[in-house]
Write a protein of this length. Structure first.
Length: 83
């Protein structure tokens, strides 16, 4: 697996979270990899009303200031899919 690092939250003081990558090697096409803060139980319960979460998934939060990085990751994933 070779992940393409897109970026980290520009306001992260110690440089360890949240972050965005693109995996261009998955069989079904590129996938975004997001690292964020684990959502609290209330948020998880609210999300479960619309989409029950299996044990293999997590509900995370990323700050809106990361939208440009997420867009960049989406663009990179889309470009690699077109190759």
């Amino acid at each position: 697996m070779a992940l393409r690092f897109i970026g980290i939250d520009p306001e992260t003081g110690d440089g360890n979270c949240p972050a965005v990558w693109v995996d261009e090697t998955t069989a079904g096409g590129p996938e975004l990899i997001l690292q964020g803060w684990l959502a609290d139980e209330g948020t998880q319960a609210e999300c479960a009303k619309d989409s029950p979460k299996p044990d293999t998934e997590a509900v995370i939060r990323v700050p809106s200031r990361m939208v440009p990085l997420i867009r960049k990751a989406c663009d990179a994933a889309e470009r690699s899919q077109l190759r």
